[in-house]
Design a protein around this ligand. Structure first.
Ligand code: CDP
Length: 289
């Protein structure tokens, strides 16, 4: 944020388009898939523009260290981690101030949404790993984490959807990309529970006027609603897949052996469901028209 752009870089062109061709109120392509990790209770893999994030949920489970446990409710612990190869300059492995901050804001966004009173003395652990980062990773991680929580069967008031808005070259824009994040004037990550309307994350880096702030919020909330639809679809697809898997595991009529089930699709290989047309809300008239 706030870096001086190279002299030949136009963040907004004469037609009002951004460097990646998007209109100011358009988000990048998003696709997500629930239930990608066998050993996690719930999981989600999400691609959002150039961001690639995986989320894994474990719990409710015993709390270690035990003195962290709460006799009245579950504790929600989030870890946000960036892999060393996720950014241009190798990221030094391990927690730094930024990842600690993001882990904290994620826990604080998710804890009020999870029905923690149902699971006293337990922990619900949420791990998010950023495999590739192109700005907006906290929103991507939070969006994936909430799908992974639902995939784990954790009761919640609703899903949490997140998206940033901000300002570049005097224009309020939605979902900043890497250049816009570097050379822009403001970045406002927002997370809401679309079902209840609650805002569970609101941060601001840079300056906006009141009018710009309300415009940014309006863009972000509209985007969260669209992202919420993609989250619900990912969960529906997950349970459709699970039902088909179970059916294929049933013994074949008249024989002891089960019909050979289809192999689990592998992300990045044909048939993983991710090489299809992205389920992108970009340009969706209903929301952005
Ligand atoms: O990712 P997000 O926008 O939520 O957080 P940020 O702190 O505003 O970081 C913006 C972007 O800077 C990240 O998404 C990465 O692409 C990049 N970054 C980086 O290149 N190296 C780091 N050590 C941290 C962030």
């Amino acid at each position: 944020m706030g870096m001086t752009p190279p002299p030949d870089l136009k963040l907004i062109d004469e037609q009002g388009r951004r460097i990646d061709g998007r209109a100011p109120n358009e988000i990048r392509n998003i696709r997500m898939r629930a239930g990608v990790l066998k050993r996690a209770d719930g999981s989600c893999y999400l691609e959002w523009g150039g961001n690639k994030v995986v989320a894994a949920v474990y719990g409710p489970r015993e709390v270690h260290p035990r003195h962290d446990q709460d006799a009245t409710k579950a504790i929600v612990r989030c870890r946000y981690n960036m892999s060393p190869f996720s950014v241009d300059d190798r990221k030094r492995p391990g927690p730094d101030r930024r990842s600690q901050e993001i882990s904290k804001i994620m826990s604080e966004a998710l804890a009020p949404v999870v029905l923690t009173q149902l699971f006293p003395r337990t922990a619900i652990d949420v791990f998010t790993e950023v495999l590739q980062a192109e700005a907006g990773t906290r929103c991507a991680a939070l969006t994936a984490a909430s799908v992974a929580l639902a995939d784990a069967g954790i009761p919640m008031k609703g899903l949490v959807a997140a998206c940033a808005a901000g300002k570049v070259a005097n224009t309020v824009v939605l979902d900043l990309n890497k250049e816009e994040d570097n050379y822009g004037d403001a970045d406002v990550p927002v997370a809401i529970v679309p079902k209840t309307g609650d805002v569970v994350l609101l941060q601001m880096d840079g300056d906006l006027t009141d009018a710009e702030f309300y415009q940014a919020m309006e863009y972000a909330v509209q985007a969260c609603k669209q992202i919420h639809e993609l989250q619900k679809q990912a969960l529906l697809d997950r349970y459709k897949d699970a039902a088909e898997e179970r059916a294929s595991e049933r013994p074949a009529p008249g024989g002891d052996d089960a019909e050979p089930g289809e192999e689990e699709p592998v992300i990045g290989e044909p048939g993983d469901g991710l090489d299809e047309e992205p389920v992108s809300p970009a340009g969706d008239e209903e929301v952005f028209g």
